[in-house]
Write a protein that binds this ligand. Structure first.
Ligand code: GPK
Length: 798
């Protein structure tokens, strides 16, 4: 490993020769970036020492939203200064290299980013871990705004090679699909042989996961589908049928072509089921191969050496697949295989939205995965047999917990039954799982259930993303918090220190200017860095209620025009996030934001007071510019519906004040910071539950009773905002004709009041910056290091 600037320069020049095949002077900036990434990657590889005999966690996730790696790894390896100064000597700028790096969009949102933060914490805490995922040829679409609408472009992130990945053809494994199962009896026991219709090859690519201080380097292993033989049908070719000759290859590669962009809803497509099985089967085969290499046939210690975690139900076939391999390939019996699988696998639920709870039609499932289906059917049969038929209501319990029901395979039920632990992702969410969504399971096996409140990488989203605050902290409370985020508490001593508060304000200003420049570059809009930055960034979904925020801005605009005495501190309202291509309502909300932005930003009567910005293509990399610049964090989901949220934690850590409902982790934020340091509004989860139950809420009444609500809703239907991309009937209908399923209008007044009170506090600098510092000081709890320690101690037992 290079230590000095001089050594670095020498190794870097050498890397240019080896990696690119050119002298440093002849390389383009892109080629130099490539060489540097390879150099850092190999440095990290040298740190990778195989620690045998430790238990290892395999984290199966359909999504890993890892973000850019170069800057993060330089920080983690303590090389930022050496490399940036070395490059400067060579006439280069490290920032240019950061810009060139592709941000792999291998995930949709919170679930995928959580998996990446977990990889960061696992390595930084020195645990042996492997992420198991999919190498999508195209990540989540890139979002562009054209004439006020979202337009999707393909994310061709592999166009020019990705320097952090290494292909491991020698570790490729076959994966079967379709066909039939042959049963034979040898006079002693039944044997099952899966005769597939199709066998493909899963090829792994490894990306190093470098922990802080370079203590541990783990891998993220993502799988790509290839034909078994180079996928070229010679017979068809000889017949002159060229299209057919290539078709097989194309069909197979299609399995890992694209990430499904529907966040929290089912695609129901067979290709998605193929993706789920492909990476699960490949990952399980890999685990079994590695286990055998290290421990031979000592299956009795498997669950002492291997922990398998399923991130949501997408890899739910982990347990039955492990049983299949143990029984059909390794010759173990049912009981032994069941014992091993159910002692190894655990499961996290991330949502209670019914449209996101995976179910597959039995016919589709059985046709694609016949042997897996047999095993699942047997698990289901035994589960049904285990029911005590003398307990009142057992039929209802069985109906709600069975795997096979109504012609469908219920993946959440499968996951709960095969897992030794099941967890929710915030206190409130886990309570809702226990008492509502999975209540029958909770009655039957309460000991399985536990909560693991989500966390975020404080290194990436604070230390790296907020350099000015980081520096200020290092001068004030030292560097201990990087290893021990709970030490951020030490900041509490400075909450009354006016000169410290001024420095915090100055740091925020610097971050706001950085964001303002980015906004100018991406949208052409000039924003005032002295205005309050009020930000809502996340996927667009009705339950996240970006619409409530929009109605607020429309109402403020109306009042600013109507009432010359109405005054508020200038505010810039910033939005970012993607909507699934097929989700018309969510896309309409984006369209509405762009329309109101166009009207308000061009209205000289108000645009010194309020402005509206939609930042296109929200991703991990621009998120790192956005969070540190926020002053108000909008976390306004319908109570009970956001499982946890993690953006809320990123904002809080960076000193923004949460304006939110008592939902997901907002509840825990409130408990930690105290009610004076957060602005909570709106209905509570149990109130929503009751109103839904009773059907007592009528949106029409509110519309007729509240003049401000009536006015903004009418403006959705007249020509106030329709000039840019048309009208907004769908949104209007969702609120009135569909009776406002997400309680937007019901929470409107409470939200407006909360917003105005919060903005009112901004005038009093001392109060505001004290609140801000208090939020950062209390945020250590939300480091994913804390979350991972809990998983390690209470679930994985590493
Ligand atoms: C939950 F079910 C899902 C999903 O498909 N995608 C996704 O991003 C999110 N989530 C929740 O919506 C968030 O509340 C939560 O913080 C995040 O998962 C991580 O747990």
């Amino acid at each position: 490993m290079f230590k000095t600037k001089k050594e670095f320069k020498k190794e870097f020049e050498n890397a240019c020769l080896v990696v690119v095949g050119k002298d440093f002077e002849d390389c383009s900036t892109e080629e130099k970036y490539f060489a540097l990434a390879k150099l850092i990657s190999s440095q990290a590889g040298e740190l990778h020492e195989q620690k045998i005999a430790h238990k290892k966690i395999y984290y199966f996730s359909m999504e890993f939203l890892i973000g850019k790696l170069l800057e993060n790894y330089l920080m983690n390896l303590g090389l930022t200064k050496t490399v940036s100064e070395g490059l400067k000597d060579m006439g280069e700028s490290l920032e240019d290299y950061f810009d060139i790096e592709k941000d792999p969009g291998l995930g949709n949102g919170g679930l995928g980013r959580l998996a990446a933060c977990f990889m960061d914490s696992l390595a930084s805490l020195g645990y042996e871990a492997q992420g198991v995922g999919i190498r999508y040829r195209f990540g989540l679409f890139k979002q562009r705004i054209e004439d006020g609408r979202q337009v999707e472009d393909p994310d061709n992130w592999l166009e020019k090679d990705y320097p952090w990945e290494v292909k491991h053809l020698e570790a490729a494994v076959p994966v079967k699909f379709g066909g039939r199962v042959e049963k034979s009896y040898d006079g002693n026991e039944m044997h099952y042989q899966w005769i597939p219709e199709e066998t493909i090859l899963a090829v792994p690519y490894d990306i190093p996961m470098v922990g802080y201080d370079g203590k541990q380097v783990n891998t993220l292993r993502i799988w790509s589908a290839k034909p078994m033989e180079e996928g070229f049908d010679m017979d068809a070719f000889n017949r002159g049928d060229y299209a057919h000759a290539n078709k097989h290859r194309a069909d197979v590669q299609a399995i890992t072509d694209i990430l499904y962009p529907n966040d929290q809803s089912l695609s129901g497509r067979i290709l998605r089921l193929k993706q789920e099985y492909m990476f699960t089967a490949a990952g399980i085969m890999d685990i079994v191969n590695n286990f055998k290499k290290q421990y031979g046939n000592h299956w009795e210690i498997f669950s002492e050496k291997v922990a398998i975690h399923t991130n949501d139900t997408h890899p739910a076939v982990c347990a039955p697949e492990l049983m299949r391999v143990l029984m059909d390939q390794e010759g173990l019996g049912w009981d032994e295989s069941w014992k091993i699988a159910s002692a190894s696998v655990s499961y996290t639920n991330h949502t209670i939205l019914p449209e996101a709870l995976e179910k597959w039609p039995i016919d589709m499932f059985r046709n694609l995965l016949p042997r897996l289906y047999d095993i699942i059917e047997e698990i289901d049969r035994r589960y049904r047999d285990s029911f005590h038929k003398n307990v009142d209501g057992w039929q209802e319990q069985l109906k709600n917990t069975a795997i096979l029901w109504d012609g469908q395979v219920h993946m959440a039920n499968l996951s709960v039954i095969v897992s030794h632990h099941v967890n929710g992702v915030a206190d409130l969410h886990t309570e809702i799982l226990k008492n509502i969504v999975l209540k029958d399971f909770y009655t039957l096996v309460p000991e399985k259930f536990n909560n693991k409140t989500n966390g975020i990488s404080h290194r990436r989203f604070f230390a790296q993303a907020n350099p000015s605050y980081r520096k200020l902290l290092e001068e004030t409370i030292g560097k201990g918090w990087i290893h021990h985020p709970e030490e951020l508490e030490n900041l509490k001593k400075y909450e009354e220190n006016v000169s410290f508060l001024e420095k915090v304000e100055a740091s925020k200003k610097e971050n706001k200017i950085r964001l303002a420049n980015y906004i100018k570059k991406m949208t052409g809009i000039e924003v005032n860095p002295n205005s309050i930055f009020d930000i809502q960034v996340k996927r667009f979904h009705a339950y996240k209620r970006q619409l409530l925020n929009v109605l607020k801005i429309m109402d403020l605009y109306n009042r600013l025009l109507a009432d010359p005495n109405f005054h508020i501190h200038p505010v810039t309202f910033i939005f970012a996030g993607k909507a699934a291509q097929g989700y018309t309502f969510a896309k309409d909300v984006i369209r509405l934001i762009c329309a109101i932005a166009d009207v308000i930003n061009h209205d000289d009567r108000v645009n010194r007071m309020i402005k509206v910005v939609f930042i296109p293509n929200f991703s991990v990399s621009n998120a790192q510019i956005i969070y540190p610049a926020a002053e108000i964090s909008e976390q306004i989901s319908t109570a009970g519906m956001e499982a946890s949220g993690t953006g809320n934690m990123k904002f809080m850590m960076n000193g923004a004040i949460t304006l939110g409902t008592l939902d997901g982790a907002n509840v825990e934020i409130t408990q930690l910071v105290g009610s004076d340091n957060i602005k909570i509004f709106g209905l509570k989860a149990h109130e929503i539950e009751t109103m839904r139950h009773q059907g007592s809420y009528l949106a029409w009444t509110l519309y007729h009773e509240n003049q401000r609500i009536k006015k903004v809703l009418d403006q959705l239907m007249d020509d106030t905002y329709s000039h840019l991309s048309g009208g907004f009937d769908l949104i209007y209908d969702s609120l009135l004709r569909d009776n406002d399923s997400f309680f937007v209008l019901k929470d409107f007044e409470s939200y407006m009041n909360a917003f105005e009170e919060l903005v009112g506090l901004y005038e009093d600098k001392k109060t505001w910056w004290k609140m801000s510092v208090h939020n950062t000081a209390c945020s250590g709890y939300f480091s994913s290091d804390r979350t991972i320690e809990e998983y390690v101690q209470e679930i994985w037992k590493l």
